[in-house]
Design a protein around this ligand. Structure first.
Ligand code: UDX
Ligand code: ADP
Length: 480
Protein backbone atom coordinates (compact mmCIF):
# COMPACT_ATOMS: atom_id res chain seq x y z
CA UNK A 1 0.00 0.00 0.00
CA UNK A 2 1.36 3.42 -0.97
CA UNK A 3 1.62 5.72 2.04
CA UNK A 4 1.26 9.46 1.77
CA UNK A 5 2.04 11.88 4.56
CA UNK A 6 1.24 15.57 4.35
CA UNK A 7 3.06 17.99 6.65
CA UNK A 8 0.69 20.88 7.40
CA UNK A 9 -3.03 20.44 8.07
CA UNK A 10 -4.16 23.83 6.78
CA UNK A 11 -6.45 25.15 4.06
CA UNK A 12 -4.40 23.40 1.38
CA UNK A 13 -3.16 20.22 3.07
CA UNK A 14 -6.45 19.28 4.74
CA UNK A 15 -8.87 19.40 1.78
CA UNK A 16 -6.31 18.12 -0.76
CA UNK A 17 -5.43 15.08 1.30
CA UNK A 18 -9.08 14.39 2.12
CA UNK A 19 -9.89 14.25 -1.60
CA UNK A 20 -6.86 12.07 -2.39
CA UNK A 21 -8.00 9.67 0.34
CA UNK A 22 -11.55 9.66 -1.04
CA UNK A 23 -10.49 9.01 -4.61
CA UNK A 24 -7.68 6.56 -3.80
CA UNK A 25 -9.02 4.09 -1.22
CA UNK A 26 -5.91 1.95 -1.62
CA UNK A 27 -3.61 4.73 -0.46
CA UNK A 28 -3.14 5.52 3.23
CA UNK A 29 -3.06 9.27 3.79
CA UNK A 30 -1.91 10.82 7.06
CA UNK A 31 -2.01 14.56 7.60
CA UNK A 32 0.35 15.74 10.34
CA UNK A 33 0.78 19.10 12.03
CA UNK A 34 2.66 20.59 14.95
CA UNK A 35 -0.50 22.35 16.06
CA UNK A 36 -2.28 20.08 18.54
CA UNK A 37 -5.48 22.16 18.41
CA UNK A 38 -5.66 21.90 14.61
CA UNK A 39 -5.24 18.14 14.62
CA UNK A 40 -7.76 17.76 17.45
CA UNK A 41 -10.24 19.76 15.39
CA UNK A 42 -9.61 17.65 12.27
CA UNK A 43 -10.41 14.60 14.38
CA UNK A 44 -13.60 16.14 15.77
CA UNK A 45 -17.07 16.96 14.44
CA UNK A 46 -16.10 20.65 14.10
CA UNK A 47 -13.39 20.79 11.42
CA UNK A 48 -10.90 23.66 11.76
CA UNK A 49 -11.86 25.18 8.42
CA UNK A 50 -15.21 25.89 6.82
CA UNK A 51 -15.31 24.63 3.27
CA UNK A 52 -18.53 23.50 1.53
CA UNK A 53 -18.54 19.72 0.96
CA UNK A 54 -15.46 19.07 3.10
CA UNK A 55 -17.36 17.54 6.04
CA UNK A 56 -18.82 14.80 3.86
CA UNK A 57 -15.48 13.87 2.33
CA UNK A 58 -13.78 13.73 5.73
CA UNK A 59 -16.64 11.73 7.24
CA UNK A 60 -16.36 9.12 4.52
CA UNK A 61 -12.60 8.58 4.74
CA UNK A 62 -11.50 9.47 8.26
CA UNK A 63 -10.45 6.33 10.10
CA UNK A 64 -10.58 4.35 6.84
CA UNK A 65 -7.54 5.59 4.91
CA UNK A 66 -7.40 9.20 6.12
CA UNK A 67 -5.80 10.04 9.45
CA UNK A 68 -4.82 13.21 11.26
CA UNK A 69 -1.94 13.09 13.71
CA UNK A 70 0.59 15.17 15.62
CA UNK A 71 3.12 12.35 15.43
CA UNK A 72 4.92 14.10 12.60
CA UNK A 73 8.14 12.11 12.63
CA UNK A 74 6.59 8.65 12.74
CA UNK A 75 4.34 9.25 9.75
CA UNK A 76 6.98 11.02 7.71
CA UNK A 77 9.35 8.10 8.34
CA UNK A 78 6.74 5.60 7.11
CA UNK A 79 5.63 7.51 4.00
CA UNK A 80 6.59 6.93 0.37
CA UNK A 81 5.38 10.36 -0.70
CA UNK A 82 5.65 13.38 1.62
CA UNK A 83 3.69 16.50 0.72
CA UNK A 84 4.89 19.68 2.40
CA UNK A 85 2.21 22.27 2.94
CA UNK A 86 3.53 24.45 5.75
CA UNK A 87 3.39 28.21 6.22
CA UNK A 88 5.51 30.42 3.98
CA UNK A 89 5.12 33.89 5.49
CA UNK A 90 6.42 37.08 3.93
CA UNK A 91 9.65 38.13 5.64
CA UNK A 92 9.18 41.11 7.95
CA UNK A 93 12.85 41.69 8.78
CA UNK A 94 16.23 41.24 7.11
CA UNK A 95 16.99 40.62 3.47
CA UNK A 96 13.90 40.97 1.29
CA UNK A 97 11.68 42.21 4.16
CA UNK A 98 8.13 42.94 3.00
CA UNK A 99 8.52 40.86 -0.16
CA UNK A 100 10.57 37.66 0.04
CA UNK A 101 9.14 34.42 1.39
CA UNK A 102 10.38 33.29 4.77
CA UNK A 103 11.29 29.64 4.32
CA UNK A 104 11.92 28.91 8.01
CA UNK A 105 9.06 26.42 8.29
CA UNK A 106 9.90 24.78 4.98
CA UNK A 107 13.54 24.39 5.94
CA UNK A 108 12.72 22.92 9.31
CA UNK A 109 10.32 20.48 7.65
CA UNK A 110 13.04 19.46 5.17
CA UNK A 111 15.61 18.95 7.93
CA UNK A 112 13.14 16.87 9.90
CA UNK A 113 12.47 14.69 6.82
CA UNK A 114 16.21 14.15 6.45
CA UNK A 115 16.55 13.28 10.15
CA UNK A 116 13.80 10.69 10.36
CA UNK A 117 13.83 9.03 6.93
CA UNK A 118 14.97 5.45 6.64
CA UNK A 119 13.66 4.76 3.11
CA UNK A 120 13.62 6.56 -0.26
CA UNK A 121 11.07 9.34 -0.55
CA UNK A 122 9.35 11.57 -3.00
CA UNK A 123 9.01 15.03 -1.42
CA UNK A 124 6.29 17.17 -2.95
CA UNK A 125 6.25 20.94 -2.63
CA UNK A 126 2.63 21.91 -2.10
CA UNK A 127 2.87 25.32 -0.40
CA UNK A 128 3.37 28.32 -2.65
CA UNK A 129 7.08 29.00 -2.52
CA UNK A 130 9.47 31.03 -4.63
CA UNK A 131 11.01 29.64 -7.75
CA UNK A 132 14.07 27.51 -6.98
CA UNK A 133 12.87 26.48 -3.53
CA UNK A 134 12.73 22.90 -4.71
CA UNK A 135 16.40 23.13 -5.52
CA UNK A 136 17.18 24.51 -2.05
CA UNK A 137 15.19 21.73 -0.41
CA UNK A 138 16.93 19.19 -2.60
CA UNK A 139 20.26 20.50 -1.33
CA UNK A 140 19.23 20.16 2.31
CA UNK A 141 18.00 16.61 1.74
CA UNK A 142 20.92 15.38 -0.34
CA UNK A 143 23.51 16.87 2.01
CA UNK A 144 21.89 15.00 4.89
CA UNK A 145 20.81 11.93 2.95
CA UNK A 146 22.59 9.04 4.73
CA UNK A 147 22.34 7.09 1.48
CA UNK A 148 18.61 7.70 1.07
CA UNK A 149 17.29 8.81 -2.31
CA UNK A 150 15.07 11.86 -2.46
CA UNK A 151 13.17 13.14 -5.45
CA UNK A 152 11.71 16.62 -5.16
CA UNK A 153 8.56 17.49 -7.08
CA UNK A 154 6.62 20.72 -7.33
CA UNK A 155 2.86 20.18 -7.40
CA UNK A 156 1.28 23.60 -6.93
CA UNK A 157 -2.24 23.92 -5.64
CA UNK A 158 -4.80 25.81 -7.70
CA UNK A 159 -7.87 25.30 -5.51
CA UNK A 160 -9.84 28.37 -4.54
CA UNK A 161 -11.41 28.55 -1.10
CA UNK A 162 -15.16 28.20 -0.99
CA UNK A 163 -15.02 25.87 -4.00
CA UNK A 164 -11.99 23.82 -2.93
CA UNK A 165 -13.71 20.44 -3.01
CA UNK A 166 -15.21 20.94 -6.47
CA UNK A 167 -11.87 22.34 -7.68
CA UNK A 168 -10.14 19.22 -6.38
CA UNK A 169 -12.75 16.90 -7.89
CA UNK A 170 -12.62 18.57 -11.31
CA UNK A 171 -9.36 20.45 -11.62
CA UNK A 172 -8.67 22.53 -14.75
CA UNK A 173 -5.21 21.03 -14.55
CA UNK A 174 -2.87 19.27 -12.18
CA UNK A 175 0.70 20.43 -12.56
CA UNK A 176 3.66 18.25 -11.64
CA UNK A 177 7.20 19.55 -12.02
CA UNK A 178 10.24 17.35 -11.54
CA UNK A 179 13.81 16.70 -12.53
CA UNK A 180 14.23 15.50 -16.11
CA UNK A 181 16.41 12.55 -15.05
CA UNK A 182 15.29 8.90 -15.09
CA UNK A 183 14.74 8.99 -11.31
CA UNK A 184 12.97 12.35 -11.59
CA UNK A 185 10.66 11.11 -14.34
CA UNK A 186 9.86 8.00 -12.30
CA UNK A 187 8.86 10.17 -9.34
CA UNK A 188 6.68 12.36 -11.57
CA UNK A 189 4.98 9.22 -12.85
CA UNK A 190 4.37 7.96 -9.29
CA UNK A 191 2.55 11.17 -8.37
CA UNK A 192 0.75 11.20 -11.71
CA UNK A 193 -0.56 7.71 -10.90
CA UNK A 194 -2.19 9.11 -7.75
CA UNK A 195 -4.05 11.91 -9.57
CA UNK A 196 -4.86 9.63 -12.51
CA UNK A 197 -7.32 7.82 -10.20
CA UNK A 198 -9.81 10.60 -10.93
CA UNK A 199 -8.24 13.28 -13.16
CA UNK A 200 -8.25 12.73 -16.95
CA UNK A 201 -4.79 12.21 -18.39
CA UNK A 202 -4.84 15.34 -20.59
CA UNK A 203 -5.37 17.49 -17.51
CA UNK A 204 -2.22 16.28 -15.78
CA UNK A 205 0.62 18.47 -17.01
CA UNK A 206 4.24 17.68 -16.37
CA UNK A 207 7.02 20.25 -16.56
CA UNK A 208 10.45 20.89 -15.22
CA UNK A 209 10.70 21.97 -11.59
CA UNK A 210 11.08 25.67 -12.17
CA UNK A 211 8.25 25.92 -14.67
CA UNK A 212 5.89 24.34 -12.16
CA UNK A 213 6.99 26.67 -9.38
CA UNK A 214 6.77 29.77 -11.56
CA UNK A 215 3.43 28.75 -13.09
CA UNK A 216 1.78 28.98 -9.71
CA UNK A 217 3.07 32.50 -9.08
CA UNK A 218 2.22 33.50 -12.65
CA UNK A 219 -1.34 32.12 -12.51
CA UNK A 220 -2.11 34.00 -9.31
CA UNK A 221 -0.49 37.17 -10.65
CA UNK A 222 -2.60 36.99 -13.82
CA UNK A 223 -5.80 36.43 -11.82
CA UNK A 224 -5.04 39.29 -9.44
CA UNK A 225 -4.14 41.48 -12.39
CA UNK A 226 -7.61 40.97 -13.88
CA UNK A 227 -9.20 42.16 -10.65
CA UNK A 228 -6.93 45.19 -10.39
CA UNK A 229 -7.68 45.97 -14.05
CA UNK A 230 -11.43 45.91 -13.51
CA UNK A 231 -11.07 47.79 -10.22
CA UNK A 232 -9.03 50.49 -11.93
CA UNK A 233 -11.83 50.73 -14.49
CA UNK A 234 -14.38 51.00 -11.69
CA UNK A 235 -12.81 54.29 -10.56
CA UNK A 236 -13.02 55.62 -14.10
CA UNK A 237 -16.62 54.43 -14.41
CA UNK A 238 -17.61 56.38 -11.32
CA UNK A 239 -15.91 59.47 -12.69
CA UNK A 240 -17.59 59.22 -16.09
CA UNK A 241 -21.02 57.73 -15.39
CA UNK A 242 -20.26 54.38 -17.00
CA UNK A 243 -21.32 51.17 -15.23
CA UNK A 244 -18.45 48.78 -14.52
CA UNK A 245 -20.72 45.71 -14.68
CA UNK A 246 -21.77 46.64 -18.20
CA UNK A 247 -18.21 47.42 -19.21
CA UNK A 248 -16.90 44.14 -17.75
CA UNK A 249 -19.66 42.19 -19.47
CA UNK A 250 -18.92 43.78 -22.83
CA UNK A 251 -15.18 43.26 -22.42
CA UNK A 252 -15.59 39.65 -21.25
CA UNK A 253 -17.78 38.77 -24.22
CA UNK A 254 -14.60 38.78 -26.26
CA UNK A 255 -13.82 35.08 -26.11
CA UNK A 256 -10.12 35.90 -25.95
CA UNK A 257 -10.76 37.65 -22.64
CA UNK A 258 -13.65 35.68 -21.13
CA UNK A 259 -16.21 36.55 -18.43
CA UNK A 260 -14.64 35.10 -15.31
CA UNK A 261 -12.82 37.10 -12.65
CA UNK A 262 -14.03 40.48 -13.82
CA UNK A 263 -16.14 41.43 -10.80
CA UNK A 264 -15.18 44.84 -9.48
CA UNK A 265 -14.83 44.77 -5.71
CA UNK A 266 -13.48 46.56 -2.68
CA UNK A 267 -10.25 44.68 -3.40
CA UNK A 268 -8.91 41.16 -3.54
CA UNK A 269 -7.75 39.31 -0.45
CA UNK A 270 -6.76 35.78 0.48
CA UNK A 271 -3.53 34.14 1.48
CA UNK A 272 -2.14 33.84 -2.04
CA UNK A 273 -2.53 36.82 -4.36
CA UNK A 274 -0.59 39.50 -2.54
CA UNK A 275 2.02 37.12 -1.19
CA UNK A 276 2.64 35.47 -4.55
CA UNK A 277 2.96 38.80 -6.36
CA UNK A 278 5.36 40.14 -3.71
CA UNK A 279 7.38 36.99 -4.24
CA UNK A 280 7.33 37.48 -7.98
CA UNK A 281 8.42 41.09 -7.56
CA UNK A 282 11.30 40.03 -5.33
CA UNK A 283 12.42 37.32 -7.74
CA UNK A 284 12.36 39.81 -10.62
CA UNK A 285 14.42 42.31 -8.64
CA UNK A 286 16.93 39.61 -7.67
CA UNK A 287 17.24 38.65 -11.33
CA UNK A 288 17.97 42.20 -12.43
CA UNK A 289 14.52 42.84 -13.93
CA UNK A 290 13.31 46.05 -12.20
CA UNK A 291 10.86 46.97 -14.99
CA UNK A 292 9.13 43.60 -14.70
CA UNK A 293 9.08 43.93 -10.91
CA UNK A 294 7.55 47.40 -11.19
CA UNK A 295 4.88 46.13 -13.58
CA UNK A 296 3.61 43.50 -11.13
CA UNK A 297 3.90 45.83 -8.15
CA UNK A 298 1.20 47.97 -9.73
CA UNK A 299 -1.33 45.15 -9.29
CA UNK A 300 -0.92 45.43 -5.52
CA UNK A 301 -0.82 49.22 -5.60
CA UNK A 302 -4.18 49.35 -7.41
CA UNK A 303 -5.60 46.91 -4.87
CA UNK A 304 -4.47 49.15 -2.00
CA UNK A 305 -5.83 52.15 -3.86
CA UNK A 306 -9.22 50.46 -4.21
CA UNK A 307 -9.48 49.79 -0.47
CA UNK A 308 -8.47 53.40 0.36
CA UNK A 309 -10.88 54.73 -2.22
CA UNK A 310 -13.71 52.84 -0.56
CA UNK A 311 -12.89 54.24 2.90
CA UNK A 312 -12.57 57.76 1.50
CA UNK A 313 -15.92 57.39 -0.21
CA UNK A 314 -17.60 56.36 3.05
CA UNK A 315 -16.09 59.18 5.07
CA UNK A 316 -16.58 61.86 2.41
CA UNK A 317 -20.25 60.93 1.90
CA UNK A 318 -20.96 61.22 5.59
CA UNK A 319 -19.97 64.90 5.87
CA UNK A 320 -16.27 64.09 6.01
CA UNK A 321 -16.48 62.55 9.45
CA UNK A 322 -17.44 59.19 10.85
CA UNK A 323 -16.20 60.04 14.32
CA UNK A 324 -18.30 58.17 16.88
CA UNK A 325 -20.82 57.12 14.23
CA UNK A 326 -21.89 53.50 14.28
CA UNK A 327 -21.07 51.76 11.01
CA UNK A 328 -22.28 48.24 10.33
CA UNK A 329 -19.82 46.01 8.51
CA UNK A 330 -21.44 43.05 6.80
CA UNK A 331 -18.89 40.41 5.93
CA UNK A 332 -15.31 40.10 7.10
CA UNK A 333 -14.04 36.99 5.25
CA UNK A 334 -12.00 37.64 2.10
CA UNK A 335 -14.73 36.02 -0.04
CA UNK A 336 -17.98 34.18 0.53
CA UNK A 337 -18.25 30.55 1.66
CA UNK A 338 -15.11 30.64 3.74
CA UNK A 339 -14.27 31.71 7.27
CA UNK A 340 -10.79 32.69 6.13
CA UNK A 341 -9.76 36.28 6.81
CA UNK A 342 -6.17 36.22 5.61
CA UNK A 343 -5.43 39.52 3.81
CA UNK A 344 -9.15 40.24 3.63
CA UNK A 345 -9.87 43.77 2.35
CA UNK A 346 -12.14 44.12 5.41
CA UNK A 347 -9.06 44.51 7.61
CA UNK A 348 -7.82 47.60 5.77
CA UNK A 349 -11.30 49.07 5.37
CA UNK A 350 -12.07 48.60 9.08
CA UNK A 351 -8.71 50.02 10.09
CA UNK A 352 -9.33 53.01 7.81
CA UNK A 353 -12.74 53.67 9.37
CA UNK A 354 -11.35 53.19 12.87
CA UNK A 355 -8.63 55.69 11.96
CA UNK A 356 -11.45 58.17 11.45
CA UNK A 357 -12.82 57.17 14.86
CA UNK A 358 -15.89 55.25 13.71
CA UNK A 359 -17.60 52.68 15.93
CA UNK A 360 -17.89 49.38 14.06
CA UNK A 361 -20.45 46.64 14.47
CA UNK A 362 -19.29 43.65 12.44
CA UNK A 363 -21.22 40.57 11.36
CA UNK A 364 -19.86 37.69 9.32
CA UNK A 365 -21.60 34.30 9.22
CA UNK A 366 -18.34 32.36 9.57
CA UNK A 367 -15.77 34.55 11.31
CA UNK A 368 -15.43 34.56 15.09
CA UNK A 369 -15.05 37.64 17.28
CA UNK A 370 -11.66 36.43 18.44
CA UNK A 371 -10.44 36.18 14.84
CA UNK A 372 -11.71 39.67 13.96
CA UNK A 373 -10.09 41.22 17.03
CA UNK A 374 -6.83 39.46 16.25
CA UNK A 375 -6.93 40.58 12.63
CA UNK A 376 -7.49 44.19 13.62
CA UNK A 377 -4.63 44.21 16.14
CA UNK A 378 -2.07 42.05 14.32
CA UNK A 379 0.79 43.58 12.35
CA UNK A 380 0.89 43.20 8.58
CA UNK A 381 2.16 39.72 7.57
CA UNK A 382 1.94 38.30 11.13
CA UNK A 383 -1.02 36.13 10.19
CA UNK A 384 1.06 33.65 8.26
CA UNK A 385 2.63 31.68 11.09
CA UNK A 386 1.45 28.50 12.81
CA UNK A 387 -1.37 29.44 15.17
CA UNK A 388 0.53 28.73 18.36
CA UNK A 389 3.33 31.09 17.25
CA UNK A 390 1.04 33.96 16.30
CA UNK A 391 0.95 36.92 18.66
CA UNK A 392 -2.18 36.74 20.80
CA UNK A 393 -3.90 40.06 21.06
CA UNK A 394 -3.39 41.44 24.55
CA UNK A 395 -5.90 44.22 23.93
CA UNK A 396 -9.12 44.34 21.97
CA UNK A 397 -10.21 47.21 19.79
CA UNK A 398 -12.88 48.82 21.96
CA UNK A 399 -14.66 50.64 19.14
CA UNK A 400 -15.40 47.26 17.53
CA UNK A 401 -18.25 44.99 18.47
CA UNK A 402 -18.87 41.69 16.75
CA UNK A 403 -22.47 40.51 16.57
CA UNK A 404 -24.16 37.40 15.21
CA UNK A 405 -26.92 38.95 13.15
CA UNK A 406 -27.06 41.51 10.32
CA UNK A 407 -30.08 43.23 11.91
CA UNK A 408 -28.26 43.67 15.22
CA UNK A 409 -25.22 45.03 13.38
CA UNK A 410 -27.25 47.61 11.47
CA UNK A 411 -29.51 48.76 14.35
CA UNK A 412 -29.01 52.50 14.96
CA UNK A 413 -26.15 52.57 12.46
CA UNK A 414 -25.52 55.51 10.14
CA UNK A 415 -24.15 53.33 7.37
CA UNK A 416 -23.81 49.73 6.19
CA UNK A 417 -20.63 48.59 4.45
CA UNK A 418 -20.91 45.28 2.59
CA UNK A 419 -17.43 43.80 2.38
CA UNK A 420 -18.06 40.12 1.57
CA UNK A 421 -20.52 38.81 -1.02
CA UNK A 422 -22.32 36.31 1.26
CA UNK A 423 -25.58 35.18 -0.38
CA UNK A 424 -27.56 35.97 2.77
CA UNK A 425 -26.77 39.68 2.40
CA UNK A 426 -28.72 39.72 -0.88
CA UNK A 427 -31.84 38.45 0.87
CA UNK A 428 -31.94 40.74 3.91
CA UNK A 429 -35.05 42.75 4.72
CA UNK A 430 -33.58 46.13 3.83
CA UNK A 431 -36.80 47.96 4.68
CA UNK A 432 -36.53 46.68 8.23
CA UNK A 433 -32.85 47.65 8.30
CA UNK A 434 -33.64 51.14 6.99
CA UNK A 435 -36.36 51.69 9.58
CA UNK A 436 -33.93 50.90 12.40
CA UNK A 437 -31.07 53.08 11.15
CA UNK A 438 -30.08 56.72 11.67
CA UNK A 439 -30.98 59.01 8.77
CA UNK A 440 -29.73 59.71 6.21
CA UNK A 441 -29.02 55.98 5.94
CA UNK A 442 -26.18 54.85 3.68
CA UNK A 443 -25.30 51.55 2.04
CA UNK A 444 -21.77 51.18 0.66
CA UNK A 445 -21.74 48.00 -1.37
CA UNK A 446 -18.17 46.84 -1.81
CA UNK A 447 -19.23 43.73 -3.73
CA UNK A 448 -22.07 44.97 -5.92
CA UNK A 449 -24.57 42.45 -4.56
CA UNK A 450 -27.58 44.57 -3.57
CA UNK A 451 -30.22 45.93 -5.91
CA UNK A 452 -29.30 49.59 -5.64
CA UNK A 453 -32.52 50.85 -7.23
CA UNK A 454 -34.69 48.94 -4.77
CA UNK A 455 -32.66 50.27 -1.88
CA UNK A 456 -32.95 53.82 -3.19
CA UNK A 457 -36.72 53.33 -3.34
CA UNK A 458 -36.65 52.44 0.34
CA UNK A 459 -34.76 55.66 1.07
CA UNK A 460 -31.10 54.63 1.27
CA UNK A 461 -28.26 56.59 -0.25
CA UNK A 462 -26.40 53.85 -2.10
CA UNK A 463 -22.84 53.57 -3.31
CA UNK A 464 -22.03 50.62 -5.56
CA UNK A 465 -18.46 50.14 -6.79
CA UNK A 466 -17.99 51.43 -10.32
CA UNK A 467 -21.65 52.41 -10.88
CA UNK A 468 -23.16 55.78 -11.71
CA UNK A 469 -23.22 57.84 -8.51
CA UNK A 470 -26.25 59.11 -6.58
CA UNK A 471 -26.44 62.89 -6.68
CA UNK A 472 -25.62 62.92 -2.95
CA UNK A 473 -22.32 61.18 -3.63
CA UNK A 474 -21.55 63.40 -6.61
CA UNK A 475 -21.89 66.42 -4.34
CA UNK A 476 -19.48 64.96 -1.82
CA UNK A 477 -16.46 63.82 -3.81
CA UNK A 478 -13.88 61.68 -2.06
CA UNK A 479 -10.48 63.30 -2.17
CA UNK A 480 -7.63 61.04 -1.08
C1 UDX B 1 -6.68 31.90 -5.38
C2 UDX B 1 -6.63 31.24 -6.77
O1 UDX B 1 -7.89 31.42 -7.43
C3 UDX B 1 -6.32 29.76 -6.63
O2 UDX B 1 -6.20 29.16 -7.90
C4 UDX B 1 -5.01 29.63 -5.85
O3 UDX B 1 -4.64 28.30 -5.69
C5 UDX B 1 -5.14 30.30 -4.51
O4 UDX B 1 -5.48 31.68 -4.69
P1 UDX B 1 -8.48 32.08 -3.43
O5 UDX B 1 -7.57 33.13 -2.90
O6 UDX B 1 -8.91 30.99 -2.50
O7 UDX B 1 -7.78 31.36 -4.68
O8 UDX B 1 -9.82 32.76 -3.98
P2 UDX B 1 -10.20 33.52 -5.35
O9 UDX B 1 -11.51 33.00 -5.77
O10 UDX B 1 -9.11 33.49 -6.34
O11 UDX B 1 -10.45 35.03 -4.85
C6 UDX B 1 -9.39 35.86 -4.42
C7 UDX B 1 -9.87 37.25 -4.11
O12 UDX B 1 -10.26 37.95 -5.30
C8 UDX B 1 -11.11 37.30 -3.19
O13 UDX B 1 -10.97 38.33 -2.25
C9 UDX B 1 -12.25 37.59 -4.15
O14 UDX B 1 -13.34 38.22 -3.52
C10 UDX B 1 -11.56 38.51 -5.14
N1 UDX B 1 -12.21 38.56 -6.46
C11 UDX B 1 -12.31 37.43 -7.22
C12 UDX B 1 -12.72 39.78 -6.95
O15 UDX B 1 -12.62 40.81 -6.27
N2 UDX B 1 -13.29 39.81 -8.20
C13 UDX B 1 -13.38 38.70 -8.98
O16 UDX B 1 -13.91 38.82 -10.10
C14 UDX B 1 -12.89 37.48 -8.49
P1 ADP C 1 -2.22 26.84 3.78
O1 ADP C 1 -3.31 27.82 3.50
O2 ADP C 1 -1.07 26.95 2.80
O3 ADP C 1 -2.70 25.44 3.93
P2 ADP C 1 -2.04 27.14 6.66
O4 ADP C 1 -1.39 28.24 7.44
O5 ADP C 1 -3.53 26.99 6.74
O6 ADP C 1 -1.55 27.29 5.16
O7 ADP C 1 -1.41 25.73 7.12
C1 ADP C 1 -0.08 25.48 7.35
C2 ADP C 1 0.04 24.46 8.51
O8 ADP C 1 1.38 24.00 8.59
C3 ADP C 1 -0.31 25.02 9.89
O9 ADP C 1 -1.38 24.29 10.45
C4 ADP C 1 0.99 24.83 10.72
O10 ADP C 1 0.74 24.51 12.06
C5 ADP C 1 1.68 23.71 9.97
N1 ADP C 1 3.13 23.65 10.13
C6 ADP C 1 4.04 24.65 10.00
N2 ADP C 1 5.30 24.19 10.18
C7 ADP C 1 5.20 22.85 10.43
C8 ADP C 1 6.13 21.79 10.71
N3 ADP C 1 7.46 22.01 10.72
N4 ADP C 1 5.65 20.54 10.93
C9 ADP C 1 4.31 20.30 10.90
N5 ADP C 1 3.38 21.25 10.64
C10 ADP C 1 3.80 22.50 10.40
Amino acid sequence: MVKICCIGAGYVGGPTMAVIALKCPKIEVVVVDISVSRITAWNSEQLPIYEPGLDDVVKECRGRNLFFSTDVEKHVAEADIVFVSVNTPTKTTGLGAGKAADLTYWESAARMIADVSKSDKIVVEKSTVPVKTAEAIEKILTHNSKGINYQILSNPEFLAEGTAIQDLFHPDRVLIGGRETPAGLKAVQALKDVYAQWVPDERILTTNLWSAELSKLAANAFLAQRISSVNAMSALCEATGADVTQVAYAVGKDSRIGQKFLNASVGFGGSCFQKDILNLVYICECNGLPEVAEYWKQVIKVNDYQKNRFVNRVVASMFNTVSNKKIAVLGFAFKKDTGDTRETPAIDVCKGLLGDKARLSIYDPQVTEDQIQRDLTMNKFDWDHPIHLQPTSPTTVKQVSVVWDAYEATKDAHAVCILTEWDEFKKLDYKRIFDNMQKPAFVFDGRNIVNADELRQIGFIVYSIGKPLDSWLKDMPAVA
